[in-house]
Every structure is written in structure tokens, then in C-alpha cells.
Design a binder for this molecule. Structure first.
Ligand SMILES: Cc1ncc(COP(=O)(O)O)c(C=O)c1O
Length: 372
């Protein structure tokens, strides 16, 4: 059937509200002109409430990974000892980036269905006083785990390591209190809980992290944070930015502020709880236990998940995400972040229920084989 209204239930990009989309159709303006200089710094300042910081926030034109690369390329010189906390595909991305920049690698691996254990981090740091930076993911989208960033930060005690956090799929969907939790770098992106199109990344550095910029010897140009600092002083970006994404974000922030940040977080928790209760009621097994469950995405165990997702897309026009890495084809993920409501969750669950009615016996039999 021709699907004129795709229903995106993936962990980003997310549906964009029409008020936000309309900003993308604004006439192009000069990125070195008065209108841009008026809106750009104001929008970044308002993002501070979501990051929980007074630190300046910088915007790069690029996807979330570009923000991750800004963090690594400005902090990691060849042979810098770093600790990467890996419990999924995006934790592994930190490790890959640090390896690409020649870091002296330390990796703590955690099961790909559980949160990072702060005590293990504390023990590791106790044995390795030389570590300079810790890299972790707040919301590991590949496994649907929300890591306890605050506890990991506390686990550092008086160890000097900087804590660098990927909040790409959590910023605006789960609390982030950069200053209060003592985080040193936080990275996010436009296309998840911020409800705007892909194409911009956001990065913020604590004053302590900022001190590393001049001593970092890694080659960098487009991602050299000092260029972004110099241009933000003029309310501009060093290179031509994704101009209309700024206006889109301004509109999205209007919506987030009107709802109230606490209500936004509560809505995400409600959607998480609904998905989990609904999937369980249909006899499906969740990948992650309740304590670690993400408020923005849920992973459901499902044998031959990819053909199930194709069937759902073709029959109902609903797009679920597949598994990544070791979970490829044995889970599917339901995104419930950003421009999503409890009613959207009911629709997704209804589709699941209809499919289970038709194919449930086969699914249950395959589940038994999966567990055998
Ligand atoms: C937690 C997390 N980190 C990083 C990324 C990478 O972002 P991008 O694909 O925008 O480069 C994603 C994207 O899904 C993500 O979910």
C-alpha cells in the first residue's frame, strides 16, 4: 500500500512537528548578518537548560558523531591514556574514535543489555591514576539502556580524569545536569529529542576541559573548538552553518519550554512504561531490566526481527528500528523520543498486537528455539 504518512518509531531521526518543519522552509539568510546574529546565540543559550549548564554551547554542522569527534580531537593527543566505557554500539564508537586519534586505550566492557557499573569504574580508576579522559554514553540507543552518568561522575572521587558524555539520544528526553554532576564535556545532536532535522551537533566543555585545548597536539581543523569559540564571540560559526536548523531548534525549544522540561521528562517516562507494560502483556521479552531502561527507546527481543520489521512497515507503515552489533536481527527497537505522545505509543502497541494475533504462534515457537 502507498504510505503517505510514514510512522517513524525509531530512535532518531524522529518526526518533526509541522511548526518546526515550517522553519526549514524560511528564505535563506546571510549567516554573517544581523538576523542570524540575533537568533543564534539566544537559541544556544536556551539549550543550556537542557544540558544543565552555564558553559557556552557550540554548534557544528554535522551529525552527532561530528560532535563526538570534536570532543576526541580536542582532548586526545597521540598516547593520551583514555578509558572508554563500552556497553553497546555507541560506547564502541567512542573507543573507535579514540583509537583513530592514537589514544592509549583502556576499555571497560559491560554486557550489552545492562548499564555501566560505577563501582567497576571506580576500581579501574584506582588502579590507573594516569587516565586523563573517560568516555561514556548516557543513553545507549543500541541496547536501550540509560546509564547513570551522575554515579559514574561521583565514582571518579578525586581522580583527575575528565568525564565526556554522549547525550545524543537523551538530551531533552532525560535529565542532564552537567554542572551539578560535574561533567566535563557533553555532546548531543538535533535529530533526536530536540525534534529537529538531522545535521547539527552541539558540544559544551567545562572550564577544566577547556584548559586542554591548547596542549592537545592532535591535528584538527573543521573540529578545532577554538575556532567555534572565537566565532561565537561574534555570534557566528566559523563555517557556513545549517542556518535553518537554528530556526527549527528555536521553534522546538518554544514547544519544549511551553510544555515545561519536567513535564517533557515525565512524558518520556510514561511512554517508556507504556511500551514496556504493553510488550510484556503481549508475551514479548524486553532486552533490558526495569532499573536500566531508557526513557527514549525500548528494545524488544524478537526472533528474526528484521523480517518482522519489514512486515510491519509494509502492512502498517510503521517503522521500527533493528538491532545493532551483537543484537542484529534478534531485537527490534521502538523509539519514543521527542515529538511522540502516549497516543503514538498506543498506536505502536496496537500494531504489535495485531501482528501477534496473526503470527503470534510462530513468534512464540521461534522464541522457544531462541532460548533453547
Ligand atoms: C547514543 C548515540 N550516540 C551517537 C549517535 C551518532 O549520531 P549520528 O548518527 O547523528 O552521527 C547516535 C545515533 O543514533 C546515538 O544514538
Amino acid at each position: 500500500m502507498y504510505r503517505f504518512k510514514p510512522v517513524l518509531r525509531i530512535p532518531g531521526p524522529v518526526p518533526v512537528p509541522s511548526e518546526v518543519s515550517m522553519q526549514m522552509a524560511r528564505p535563506m539568510i546571510n549567516h554573517r548578518g544581523a538576523i542570524f546574529r540575533e537568533h543564534f546565540p539566544a537559541v544556544l543559550k536556551r539549550l543550556g537548560a537542557l544540558f544543565g549548564t552555564e558553559n557556552p554551547i557550540y554548534m557544528m554542522t554535522g551529525s552527532g558523531t561530528s560532535g563526538m569527534e570534536v570532543a576526541v580531537s580536542n582532548l586526545v593527543s597521540p598516547e593520551t591514556p583514555v578509558l572508554c566505557l563500552v556497553g553497546g554500539f555507541f560506547g564502541q564508537r567512542w573507543a573507535d574514535l579514540c583509537t583513530a586519534y592514537g589514544a592509549k586505550m583502556h576499555v571497560l566492557n559491560f554486557p550489552w543489555d545492562q548499564g555501566v557499573d560505577p563501582q567497576q569504574v571506580a576500581d579501574y580508576l584506582g588502579r590507573h591514576p594516569e587516565i586523563e579522559c573517560i568516555f561514556m554514553v548516557q543513553n545507549e540507543s543500541s541496547t536501550a539502556v540509560l546509564n547513570d552518568v551522575e554515579s559514574v561522575s561521583k565514582a571518579r572521587g578525586d581522580h583527575r580524569a575528565l568525564l565526556v558524555v554522549d547525550a545524543v539520544s537523551s538530551l531533552g528526553g532525560a535529565p542532564c545536569k552537567m554542572d551539578q554532576w560535574g561533567l566535563d564535556v557533553v555532546v548531543s545532536a538535533s535529530q533526536k529529542c530536540l525534534m529537529t532535522p538531522p545535521g547539527t551537533a552541539f558540544v559544551t566543555f567545562s572550564p577544566r576541559a577547556r584548559e586542554h585545548l591548547d596542549s592537545c597536539t592532535s591535528s584538527r581543523y573543521y573540529f578545532d573548538l577554538r575556532r567555534y569559540e572565537a566565532f561565537l564571540d561574534k555570534s557566528e560559526t566559523p563555517f557556513t552553518p545549517n542556518i535553518n536548523n537554528v530556526f527549527a531548534l528555536e521553534e522546538a525549544l518554544n514547544m519544549i519550554e511551553a510544555e515545561g522540561l519536567e513535564n517533557v521528562y515525565a512524558r518520556h517516562l510514561l511512554m517508556r512504561n507504556m511500551v514496556r507494560a504493553g510488550a510484556r502483556a503481549l508475551g514479548l521479552e524486553l532486552l533490558v531490566r526495569d532499573e536500566d531502561a531508557s526513557p527514549t527507546v525500548t528494545a524488544v527481543k524478537y526472533p528474526h526481527a528484521d523480517s518482522f520489521r519489514t512486515r510491519i512497515r509494509e502492512q502498517y507503515g510503521v517503522e521500527f528500528a533493528g538491532g545493532q552489533g551483537i543484537h542484529a536481527n534478534n531485537i527490534f527497537r521502538i523509539g519514543h523520543m521527542g515529538y511522540a505522545t502516549p497516543l503514538d505509543v498506543l498506536t505502536a502497541l496496537a500494531v504489535l498486537e495485531m501482528d501477534m494475533k496473526k503470527y503470534g504462534q510462530a513468534t512464540k515457537a521461534a522464541q522457544l528455539v531462541m532460548h533453547a
